[in-house]
Design a protein around this ligand. Structure first.
Ligand code: TYC
Length: 119
């Protein structure tokens, strides 16, 4: 049997006890932030000049697609004018789109990507 020493106020060891944790102050529990982040599509736009092989390379390099998937998406952009190539939180989508545009520019191709909020 353990000896029971009285516990002074506010020095308990129960982490679930708000009053002890807050040093005796009455505090409101924080509202839990449960909203998932808005998601953004990265779109690839067609143009008349960028070589198909370069577009396939972009999709492999920045969107981790295998050659077959990259070729299929490239042809969708070519025939439809644009296609979604990935969906990410805003900062990731912005970064990917900017990296694609920079890389195309560095390689002297007019290829453009842009982002759009999902519904
Ligand atoms: N239309 C281009 C061509 O005929 C190919 C292309 C595909 C360009 C997709 C851009 O996002 C693009 N060479």
């Amino acid at each position: 049997m353990r000896a029971q020493t009285p516990m002074p106020r506010g020095q308990g060891n129960d982490p679930e006890n708000d009053q002890e944790r807050d040093g005796g102050l009455a505090t409101a529990a924080a509202k839990p932030e449960l909203k998932p982040p808005s998601m953004f599509k990265v779109l690839l736009l067609n143009d008349d000049f960028t070589p198909m092989e370069f577009v396939v390379h972009i999709l492999e390099k920045f969107f981790a697609m295998n050659r077959e998937k990259a070729t299929q998406i490239m042809l969708t952009v070519h025939t439809e004018g644009a296609a979604t190539v990935g969906i990410y939180p805003r900062d990731v989508a912005e970064t990917k789109s900017e990296l694609v545009n920079l890389y195309a520019q560095e390689n002297n191709h007019p290829l453009m990507s842009t982002i759009e909020m999902t519904d």
